[in-house]
Ligand binder design. Structure first.
Ligand SMILES: [Zn+2]
Length: 169
């Protein structure tokens, strides 16, 4: 999956979560989640530049998603230690900044994995527990039709709910 396709799929993964958050009056965290999912949507493909790491290997797993989430958690914990505890309001509930940060890191990687799972090469989500790759085989990674189509769909779906929430339509 190319960058445009990943942007689109990440937006499609974000859309229902963002919609629910904004619907609960949680606008700023929704924005942070969406922006991070786009900004770091290509993070797992860092394996192209890591010597000795196979492409779509360890960085394309739920374990890596948890690792990135933990890294975000750690940064948030340092911030919390320095500035006092920060709660992220989620409508009726609220979670600590570190928990929210974990979720943002985790979902960012998951958004990328979903995109790659559409291609025949698939993604081995459960490595190292399982050696089995999962693929929906809907499109090749470099299909410009699918990549642009997913991008347009992601932007459209996100724009549609944002404008609904803002009362523009
Ligand atoms: Zn990838």
């Amino acid at each position: 999956m190319l960058r445009t396709g990943h942007y689109g799929v990440s937006l499609l993964v974000f859309a229902p979560i963002g919609y629910a958050l904004v619907g609960a009056g949680v606008t700023a965290p929704a924005f942070v989640l969406g922006a991070t999912m786009l900004w770091l949507s290509m993070l797992p493909d860092v394996d192209h530049r890591l010597p000795g790491i196979a492409h779509r290997g360890p960085t394309h797993t739920l374990l890596f998603a948890a690792l990135v989430g933990s890294l975000f958690w750690g940064v948030a914990a340092v911030v919390t230690d320095s500035f006092g505890s920060v709660a992220v309001s989620l409508g009726d509930a609220s979670v600590g900044l570190a928990v929210f940060a974990f979720a943002v890191g985790f979902l960012t990687v998951v958004g990328h994995l979903v995109g790659d799972a559409l291609t025949p090469m698939g993604v081995n989500f459960l490595w190292p527990l399982s050696g089995k790759g999962y693929s929906l085989s809907l499109t090749t990674a470099d299909s410009s039709g699918w990549n642009y189509g997913l991008f347009v769909l992601g932007v459209f779906v996100t724009a549609a709910w944002v404008s609904t929430v803002l009362g523009l339509v």
